[in-house]
Design a protein around this ligand. Structure first.
Ligand SMILES: [Zn+2]
Length: 373
């Protein structure tokens, strides 16, 4: 759940609005406009919609602060945060890797709900300070309630909710076994998810059941479905980690398919390398590594310019290339490929490129390990 429209950068972290966010922003703004209309019947339509949109923005501002809470602690524990994305179910801070120890996991996980609870207290204080029945008091009341709900919901102990991460941290600290801790916490996540789906479906079928709307039931079931897929993915990830145990880059080293000179035109890479089924090549200048070019770099360039553009111009420069050493654990390589969206990582030792780990060799190794049990 990343990508979308980039709206800025905070603490060095790019902030994105996912396409699904716009939908939920409109839904919440319209619902709030309707509520404002009931409370303040003499307000003109335009004022109701402006108020609805403004409260909605304050709500998503609160969600952003929750994610920044996780991010500040992550950075303090030397876990890089690649992005924060607001989407249909709230926000997500994408971390480059899991924290190193249970204590870091606990602090990063609990920081978000603490921010939401603190915001709830701030809005509660505002509610107390503002005159009753005023527009300001309505805004403070709504934001108090929603931030409290965000804090409590996220503290449910199912991984990957924040509470599930707290549970994982506690189990991890007690047993020293992060995989077992993840399996248990994600198992609770799956159980919660089935509960949400069942309760939500019953509510959607019969609104008298909980006394709220059918749409609320559908929404709960939808959240359950999302949680189910996320906790299932966490369990699969643990199984994958177990199967990659002990493997290092040197065990999966594949040869470099081709080396191409920096001044060669893109056309010759397209013609000679791609025609031979090679999807990427190292770019060299007088025997020195200066970059890496892939088929997708070529596809971004207008074919009319292939003859006149040197490969170095479209290649990823050496200083931005993702590389690893022969001793890098394969698990880290897999994570890096996923977060940086690359298919090959050159393996370098003492300034010498020994070869590369590619997605193909990885898939092969996984398949072999699976077959050999
Ligand atoms: Zn959170």
């Amino acid at each position: 759940m990343t990508g979308g429209l980039r709206i800025g950068r905070i603490l060095g972290i790019p902030i994105y609005l996912h396409p699904t966010w716009f939908l939920v922003f409109l839904l919440i703004s319209f619902a709030l406009a309707a509520e404002v209309g009931m409370r303040f019947p003499d307000w003109p339509d335009a004022a109701r919609y402006v108020a609805g949109g403004a409260i909605s923005i304050l709500f998503f501002g609160s969600i952003l602060l929750h994610e920044l809470g996780h991010s500040v602690l992550a950075q303090r524990h030397h876990v890089a945060v690649r992005s924060i994305t607001l989407f249909v179910f709230g926000g997500v801070a994408l971390m480059e890797r899991d924290p190193d120890d249970a204590r870091a996991e606990f602090e990063i996980a609990i920081a978000g709900p603490i921010v939401s609870a603190a915001l709830a207290l701030v809005f509660l204080a505002g509610l107390r300070a503002l005159p009753e029945e005023s527009a300001g008091a309505f805004v403070a009341w709504w934001l108090f309630r929603i931030n409290l709900a965000v804090a409590l919901f996220n503290l449910l102990p199912g991984f990957p909710l924040d509470g599930g991460r707290v549970l994982r941290a506690v189990l991890w600290a007690r047993t020293g076994d992060v995989r077992r801790a993840t399996r248990i916490a994600a198992g609770v996540g799956q159980a919660l998810a089935y509960g949400f789906i069942a309760i939500g479906a019953l509510q959607a079928l019969d609104p008298r059941w909980l006394g709220v709307g059918r749409a609320d039931g559908l929404w709960l079931a939808f959240i359950g479905w999302f949680l189910l897929s996320a906790s299932g993915a966490a369990i699969r990830q643990v199984d994958l980690d177990a199967s990659l145990e002990g493997l290092r880059a040197r065990d999966l080293l594949a040869p470099i398919p081709a080396r191409i000179s920096a001044a060669e035109p893109v056309a010759s890479f397209a013609r000679e390398q791609v025609m031979r089924g090679r999807r990427w090549a190292l770019v060299e200048d007088a025997g020195r590594l200066v970059g890496l070019i892939t088929l997708s770099d070529v596809q971004r360039l207008d074919p009319d310019q292939w003859e006149s553009t040197p490969v170095l111009r479209v290649a990823t420069p050496a200083d931005q290339m993702l590389t690893a050493t022969p001793e890098t654990p394969v698990r880290d390589i897999l994570v890096a490929m996923g977060t940086r969206d690359v298919n090959q990582i050159p393996i370098i030792e003492h300034d010498q490129v020994l070869g590369a780990v590619t997605r193909e060799t990885l898939v092969h190794a996984l398949e072999l390990r699976r077959l050999s049990g």
